[in-house]
Unconditional design. Structure first.
Length: 117
């Protein structure tokens, strides 16, 4: 069963002002950090970046919920809060996500809605 953690007063106020934020500034960790954006929606997780130095297949990463094996909090470069997403086919992506805890709550909320639907 899905349960939500109580939010701090600041988080509640922020969500009331903006609505549940489902798009986050993020950097893909691949031979350095490559800034872009990551979005959580009912279809899955989508990362987009316009960096010319990234291979084309990493400029737009679409991850369906059915393909996810694990999502773990971690650190990148020993200091930045990051998330490692492991896929069932063995691929892994690591993202530095600004607002990591909000991202994790949002991901949990969307995945709970999918289970209950």
């Amino acid at each position: 069963m899905c349960s939500s953690n109580p939010l701090s007063a600041d988080d509640r106020r922020e969500e009331q002002e903006e609505g549940m934020r489902k798009t986050f500034s993020a950097s893909l960790c691949y031979k350095g950090a490559h800034g872009g954006g990551i979005r959580v929606d009912e279809n899955g997780i989508l990362y987009r970046c316009q960096k010319a130095v990234l291979p084309q297949e990493l400029k737009r990463i679409a991850i369906r919920y059915a393909d996810i094996k694990s999502v773990n909090r971690c650190r990148s470069l020993r200091m930045f809060p990051a998330v490692k997403i492991g896929l069932k086919d063995g691929r892994q992506y690591k993202f530095i996500i600004f607002g990591r805890e909000r991202f994790m709550r949002c991901l949990k909320e969307v995945s709970c809605k999918r289970v209950l639907a």
